[in-house]
Write a protein of this length. Structure first.
Length: 301
């Protein structure tokens, strides 16, 4: 049967006492009394069933067992100190974990994160992606998700106010099949995104184009996938104006007609409304909402 591992504070007292070979000097480094250090060493020796020091009139001397034990104790404490300093040293905290919608991260957040990192260089970030979750997972401090902002027990800060805009590759407009009015969508592949309540059926209904089958086409689980297929000329995607602005400006996508529909759904920054909050969460929230305010814009008329 394995021996029970001694308490770490006992091992620390042993390691420091072995360096000084003096309980008084060890006590000074450990900010303890000499009696407390001596008592911890006695506890350690009692648990191990052997003496580690010879008590001499003018100090200490390691026993044979003590000399054999001290290298591994010293190495283990040094390694633990190194790892602790690497992960948490110099006032560091664990990374702020923000799980984000892939399309929002790729098209909106990533181009702006450099500004945050320059403003708050001390904040470590972890940025996994997120596809349709029902609740804030235990590893995340915050999330950026799409919906109506009505998630219970979560603080929800709205980030976008969008119009739904059909977009496609400029090369698609050069094909033989015309695409100048919504009625002509029946001749083109619709690119759908599962999980969005306000999809093609919603847009067609709001624009009065009800003779087109809203179910035809290809389905994806992220908007970024649908937009990439649209860029490739494989169909028409329904873009959110805040996310496609740069793609329109650079000519990767075009809006074949003027029809657009305001959304009720939006991207939100969500975080627990109660309990512990990461020390850097408020800094990120304040920065992000300021960026939203400065960059708030709809698809141009």
């Amino acid at each position: 049967m394995k021996k029970k591992l001694p308490p770490l504070n006992w091992l620390r007292s042993f390691e420091v006492s072995a360096r000084y070979l003096n309980f008084t000097q060890a006590a000074q480094e450990l900010n303890m009394t000499q009696a407390a250090v001596s008592q911890q060493i006695k506890g350690l020796e009692s648990q191990l069933g052997t003496e580690l020091f010879k008590r001499l009139p003018r100090g200490l001397e390691l026993t044979k067992a003590g000399r054999a034990y001290i290298p591994i104790v010293h190495e283990s404490i040094e390694r633990l100190a190194e790892v602790t300093d690497e992960l948490f040293g110099q006032g560091q905290t664990r990374p702020l974990t923000i799980r984000s919608s892939l399309v929002f991260f790729t098209t909106w957040l990533a181009p702006r994160l450099g500004h945050f990192r320059k403003t708050y260089p001390q904040v470590k970030l972890r940025l996994p992606t997120n596809i349709w979750v029902e609740s804030l997972d235990k590893e995340s401090d915050m999330e950026i998700r799409y919906g109506m902002g009505d998630w219970p027990d979560l603080r929800c800060d709205r980030l976008t106010w969008d119009d739904l805009v059909p977009v496609c590759s400029p090369h698609l407009l050069k094909d033989s099949i015309a695409l100048t009015t919504p009625d002509q969508l029946s001749e083109h592949t619709l690119l759908h995104v599962d999980g969005y309540n306000e999809g093609w059926g919603y847009w067609l209904n709001k624009t009065g184009v009800q003779h087109i089958d809203p179910s035809q086409g290809i389905h994806f689980d992220t908007l970024i996938s649908a937009l990439e297929m649209a860029k490739a000329g494989e169909g028409v995607a329904l873009g959110r104006s805040s996310l496609i602005k740069d793609m329109i400006a650079t000519g990767q996508l075009v809006a074949p007609f003027e029809h657009k529909v305001p959304t009720n759904e939006a991207f939100y920054l969500v975080s627990p409304s109660k309990g512990f909050e990461h020390p850097n969460a408020e800094q990120f929230r304040a920065w992000l909402l300021e960026e939203v305010e400065q960059n708030k814009s709809h698809y141009p008329s």
